[in-house]
Write a protein of this length. Structure first.
Length: 345
């Protein structure tokens, strides 16, 4: 199968006799299902792309590097932390649950024979807990070479965080924004050899930027719509950071890990999980591009780029109608900053 552009050319013509909106909807569904889901998300798609990977890109010693990974006690986050530790890095695993975090830290120390793996207990949906964590870390005066914003989630019913934010927004956007902003002192200490990598999703291709960041009308709550819009926001925020902090020697990148076999996927949709499990990637495959972004020389990476399977990809697909103006981008970033800042004491 060719690129998304080629796919669009192949199917758009036959859809011309259908009502334009219906045709557009079918086009988007076709391209997303066959391009984004299969080639960019499945285990088979990863194995196909992995044939072009260079082993030496990730065969790098990380001794002397300090890394922090959020959502690190299982799944992709655990695989990322384990990969960093196995290469000699000092790793801080940020986990919401103390008991599960301690088990994960102990396991990685044993697997890698690296004792410089530490637990930081923090619920990324809590702005106050992030404030406490980042203050404690900044007080150590350590540089931070790699920050991986991996913590995320998909709440199927409308709930609010302790700060009064819709919980999906609090976890996927506000937490990521706040921890990265507050760790700027540590990141700047590691410049120009530092980078921030945020785990997004190809679902962002289905959404543009939205000013309705809280979805206050509970009757219209749509969890998947939330997820898509917040994943788009993660990519846009990465662009924003690249513009304002990039000149100070910090690299910013977002990525899609693929459709990964995790406990969260199994819990949210067990029937689909059992049916599609054979197509899902392992956590290690999902973590591969994060590791590659952490180790590849920054001069070889697109600042503010969105990556899938070790390649920079377009942030919008043709015909999807998700592009936005500079004005709407700037306005949305201002609103995000206000939401994540003004709620703090």
């Amino acid at each position: 199968m060719g690129s998304a552009d080629q796919t669009g050319c192949q199917i758009w013509g036959p859809l011309n006799f259908i009502h334009p909106e219906k045709a557009r909807s079918l086009y988007i569904e076709h391209v997303y299902e066959h391009y984004c889901k299969y080639w960019c998300s499945t285990r088979q798609g990863f194995l196909r792309k992995a044939k072009t990977f260079r082993k030496e890109d990730t065969d790098v010693n990380m001794t002397g590097k300090v890394c922090m990974v959020t959502g690190a006690n299982q799944g992709i986050g655990y695989a990322i932390a384990q990969a960093f530790a196995s290469r000699g890095a000092k790793v801080y695993m940020v986990c919401r649950n103390k008991e599960r975090g301690e088990i994960a830290v102990s396991k990685i120390r044993s697997e890698t024979d690296n004792k410089r793996v530490f637990l930081e207990v923090c619920d990324i949906s809590s702005l106050q807990q992030i404030q406490t964590l980042t203050s404690r870390f900044n007080d150590t005066n350590q540089p931070l070479h790699v920050l991986v914003n991996n913590a995320g989630g998909l709440e199927l019913t409308r709930r609010e965080s302790e700060d009064g934010l819709e919980l999906n927004f609090a976890t996927n956007v506000a937490g990521m924004f706040r921890i990265t902003e507050l760790l700027q002192p540590a990141l700047k200490k590691a410049a120009p050899d530092c980078r921030v990598i945020s785990v997004s999703s190809s679902r962002m291709y289905l959404s543009s930027l939205s000013m309705s960041l809280q979805f206050d009308d509970e009757g219209k709550f749509n969890p998947m719509e939330h997820y898509q819009q917040y994943k788009r926001l993660q990519v846009a925020i990465t662009e924003y950071w690249a513009k304002i902090y990039g000149p100070q020697g910090i690299g910013f990148y977002s990525m899609h890990p693929g459709w990964v076999e995790t406990e969260a996927v199994r819990r949210n949709n067990p029937k689909l999980y059992e049916k599609q499990r054979k197509f899902m990637r392992t956590p290690e495959q999902g973590a591969d591009t994060v590791l590659w972004l952490a180790l590849k020389p920054r001069s070889k990476l697109e600042q503010g780029g969105f990556f899938i399977d070790r390649s920079a990809r377009a942030k919008h697909l043709p015909g999807f109608g998700t592009s936005y103006t500079d004005e709407s981008f700037s306005t949305t970033m201002r609103v995000v900053r206000e939401k994540c800042t003004l709620l703090m004491p």
